[in-house]
Design a protein around this ligand. Structure first.
Ligand code: ZN
Length: 188
């Protein structure tokens, strides 16, 4: 539960990043952020720990359970004093590449857990290939080994799709399916 995800908005209600429930608790306790639901009702930490939550609002919260308490943690937070603009480009990372490619090997089409996947350079590094959105794909270990230091053409292998820079964070798209209440704040 502490690893549940929370959408963070700047003070203009624009989404700027995703954080964990653990970090959300800190932001709330320090009064750096308040929670918000899709009807734009806001919740301070004081509200969350003292006011009983109406049943109809439950879908807007993760619940932190202790021995004799249960604290609702909002799935969306707004930072009071934070004007940072939403990121204009999607940050490159291995996990984002896996999510872009839906955890599917782009050579043999198998969908696998991330431990069984690799990042493959389409034009291999030894041939001058760069680590960019346009030159990396998700690959299973088997296909990665088989391809070795060759291009797909040299190895006689075909790519399922041409890799490209995503317009929207693949992680955000993936997590939004698990957190439909985020939709009120995302204009994708
Ligand atoms: Zn494969």
């Amino acid at each position: 539960m502490l690893n549940g995800r929370v959408l963070v908005l700047n003070r203009s209600y624009l989404p700027i990043h995703i954080t964990t429930v653990r970090r959300a608790v800190t932001l709330l306790c320090l009064d750096i952020a308040v929670g918000v639901d899709s009807e734009y009702q806001t919740y301070t930490w004081g509200d969350l720990i003292t006011v009983p939550m109406e049943e109809s609002k439950h879908e807007h919260f993760h619940f932190l359970h202790g021995m004799d308490y249960s604290v609702p943690i909002p799935k969306v937070l707004v930072l009071h004093d934070f004007d940072q603009r939403p990121p204009q480009t999607v940050k490159f990372s291995r996990l984002q590449v896996f999510m872009r490619d839906r955890h599917t090997c782009q050579y043999c089409a198998r969908t696998l857990p991330k431990q069984r996947l690799n990042i493959d350079h389409v034009v291999p590094r030894i041939q001058g290939g760069k680590t960019t959105w346009e030159n990396v794909v998700t690959s299973c270990h088997h296909c990665n080994r088989k391809k070795g230091g060759r291009t797909p053409t040299q190895a006689g292998m075909r790519l399922l799709s041409t890799p490209a820079r995503p317009r929207v964070s693949p992680q955000l798209l993936f997590l939004k399916e698990q957190n439909p209440v985020w939709n009120a704040f995302l204009f994708l």
